[in-house]
Design a protein around this ligand. Structure first.
Ligand SMILES: [Zn+2]
Length: 275
């Protein structure tokens, strides 16, 4: 927050994407957040991912945190906290604010019981669409700056995801971001603000949101596309290839490149030295 850069939270799906973003962070000396949705945690296995990332963070030359992205089921989030996640998101963005506060507060209490586990919550609803519940919000879904201070103090959260015009998944046209709203939110609270739905924004927009107070940026879609495009291309050229290490390696390399571009853009390169 003080140095006006954003820590990258890269969504990872398998060992290749984990290695790709970890190597990118190490090459550029950036702190790193490995983010997994509940579906991906189930895909890999909760204990396995917690053990794997603990081992990576011990060996790594940069700080690596394990984060649950868009948690919704309180029992599942509790299990992640118990399993050793460094950070969890509780996404109650489709609920009314009183319910959001109550449910988020409960997770914060559990996280405090485990020491240093951080909690991220969302006020407003990114894109008007709740990823955790697959629900569309029809009314005004942007974060209300006047509600932010109360929400943060009543819940006790560590990071706040804001809705300022981004949405999850690929964009058809470049979205217009409400930077004025972001500035107002920034003035209300002292905790880091998080941007979801950052894949596909212009570099200029990323710089603008960081300057206006975003300290963590989530990237998922761009990594998925880079990985899959590279694997597809490799297999179209090497039509008889059957060793999965080779074509997955092509995906890993592509994700590594995108991750390095983002780290440079977010201004987090070199920042692991001062952590
Ligand atoms: Zn998100």
């Amino acid at each position: 927050m003080r140095e006006k850069y954003a820590v990258p939270a890269f969504n990872v799906y398998n060992i290749e994407t984990i290695n790709a973003v970890t190597q990118a962070a190490e090459e550029l000396e950036s702190p790193l957040i490995l983010a997994l949705s509940p579906a991906t945690v189930r895909h890999i296995g909760m204990r396995l991912i917690a053990t794997l990332v603990r081992d990576i963070s011990w060996r790594s030359t940069v700080p690596v945190a394990l984060h649950l992205d868009h948690g919704h089921d309180p029992e599942f989030i509790r299990q992640c906290i118990q399993a050793g996640f460094d950070s969890v998101m509780i996404d109650e963005s489709t609920e009314d604010i009183a319910t959001n506060i109550r449910n988020t507060r409960e997770i914060v209490n559990q996280a405090r019981g485990r020491g240093n586990v951080a909690v991220e919550a969302e006020l407003g609803c990114v894109g008007g669409f709740n990823v955790a519940t697959n629900t569309l919000i029809s009314d005004d879904w942007l974060t209300d700056p006047d509600a932010v201070a109360g929400f943060v103090s009543k819940t006790g959260i560590d990071c706040l995801a804001v809705a300022i015009g981004t949405q999850h998944g690929p964009y058809r046209t470049t979205p217009k971001l409400d930077i004025e709203r972001l500035r107002k939110i920034r003035q209300q609270v002292r905790i880091p603000l998080v941007l979801h739905g950052a894949s596909g924004l212009l570099d200029r927009q990323i710089k603008e949101v960081i300057e206006a107070g975003i300290s963590k940026i989530n990237i998922a879609t761009e990594l998925k596309i880079a990985f899959t495009d590279a694997v597809r291309k490799y297999l179209m050229v090497h039509t008889s290839e059957s060793d999965m290490r080779w074509y997955l390696q092509a995906g890993q390399k592509a994700v590594n490149e995108v991750a390095k571009q983002k780290i440079k853009l977010f201004g987090s390169a070199g920042k692991s030295r001062s952590v």
